[in-house]
Design a protein around this ligand. Sequence first.
Ligand code: GTP
Ligand code: MG
Length: 610
Amino acid sequence: MKYRNDIRNIAIIAHVDHGKTTLVDAMLKQSKVFRDNQVVGELIMDTNALEREKGITIMSKNTAVLYKGVKINIIDTPGHADFSGEVERVISMADGCLLLVDSIEGPMPQTKFVLRQAMAKGLKSIVVINKIDRDNSRIAEVIRLTQDLFLELATSADQLDFQLLYASAREGIAVTELGMKGKDIFPLLDCILEKVPPPQIKSGPFQMLVSNLDYDSHKGRIAIGRIWRGRIVPRDSVAVISSDGTVIHYEIGEVFTYLGLKRLKVEAAEAGDIVAVTGLEKVSIGDTIASLDLLEALARIEIGEPTIEMTFGVNTSPFSSREGRFCTTRQLRARLYKELETNLSLRVQDTDSPDTFLVKGRGELHLAVLIETMRREGYEFEVSRPEAITKIVNGNLVEPMEALTIDTKGEYVGVLTEMLSKRQAQLTDMRNDGHDNIRLEFHIPTKGLIGFRSAFLTATRGDSIMNTIFLGYEPWRGEIVTTRGSVLVASEQGIAVTYGLNNAQERGDTFIEPGTPVYEGMIVGMHARLQDIPVNVCKEKKKTNIRSSTSDIAVKLTPPVIFSLEQAIDFINNDELVEVTPENIRLRKKLLTHAQRLRNIASLRRSIKA
Ligand SMILES: Nc1nc2c(ncn2[C@@H]2O[C@H](COP(=O)(O)OP(=O)(O)OP(=O)(O)O)[C@@H](O)[C@H]2O)c(=O)[nH]1
Ligand SMILES: [Mg+2]
């Protein structure tokens, strides 16, 4: 077997926020891929608008640096569990991985998940203890926990032999020994050259696995992936082998490799490199592009299954088609099915109702990001409450289970355990570091996590962190009694006014400002009692001739509770919907009139009795 020493392919993997994208910044900046006066900023690879807003990576991306004459192809991956599919999608392009571990948090659930992925693909690991600049770092313990993790996951002795480095991605330094004074990131790059095996070159007819797709309005569809065998030049004749074995012939357009943030047009590329090629009109992630001389498909990319589902439907509210550019069933359907091309862990299904689609994802954030992206593109639609996906296995109903890790303070432990026990969680571990930092671990059905995040943030005043990871399916544990209170529902269509809202505020908290257009059935507030209350928020004060000196003093409303999209999805019950438009997020009852809702309750009661 031959190797090419001029390339290394690495994936950067870790738990969310452990500093992957910041480390890529340091590598890009110090390897001088930018002009000296170029302003590049931070988290350079997080190019997507939502990534920048949320401060997290959502999609895996490729870049490359040149160091000592070697091109290091780098794949930055997301660390949030909801985007695990992105790690699975790209990991097979790499020969080695940088596993980042935060010097305070230590290995977290997603650290384990991604390391397992890397080991399964036989990647060589380099462990980088990151954020060593932070006060209170507990490096010795973090190393011990990381070693434990390797012991737990390794399936062969050589997987236990990992190189250890220490870094501050933010300061752009890495050192091989603790206590050394770092000045740059080069020790890490040297380690990559030394420890990550160079890619093998298999000679023979061209063969490449497509791991990503991109689109360019001039060049059309761009297929990105690693060449496993042979070489490619522009205008080569190739075939795309798709999942069902269909073979389509194409002529390659252009061929690109990566350097920094650019794609460089090249005259040829060879096995071991990561390339982008144009000219393939129909190609999907997971397909093999092969030379016509040997039509051999590579193993397809395996992606874990989705765990939650919700419906996306055409907007049926009285305000439909006022704010969106794309509002029809046809447009919604086409957009959802198009998403499947790149969002591999997503599933879309038609339902009995032609206006409604069932969309399945890896978690609430996974679906919320899709909703937010579509709304910004101009789509208008309505979504239902997310539900855990249950299955029948050997005749038994099973449901997804997750491990929930919470880092909190002693004062919140009581309220958290109480909230979680109502959601069918079981405490599996509790550790106190002696400084009142407490880590709680729970085993919880996915259904118990729906709506939990907002309650958690409120209960701990934003002072704690929670993480979840999918464990597997277990027997169904029964319904969870909803813990949410009821809502205030607009009883009339019109414009909300201060007087009406003030009356509503005597019953509970309101969600809208005066001047907001409302329709009958729209949810305008919440309260703690059991039954929903219709309120007329458009009601004006009766005009009288007699001026009363006290009642005319301007009423001061309590500021409304405004939900983010994720909070809105978290909040609604099964008989409610979130209406999403480019301009607004409204909550509504599925049945808009009070009479319809009463009839529905009555018929539900009858069917329970029967
Ligand atoms: N103190 C300190 N903070 C760091 C360091 N590296 C990263 N951070 C901070 O940690 C936060 C998360 O960094 P990112 O680089 O976005 O983390 P990530 O692993 O790419 O996160 P995801 O892609 O969302 O999984 C940012 O606020 C960084 O500034 C470091 O070495 N020291
Ligand atoms: Mg990142």
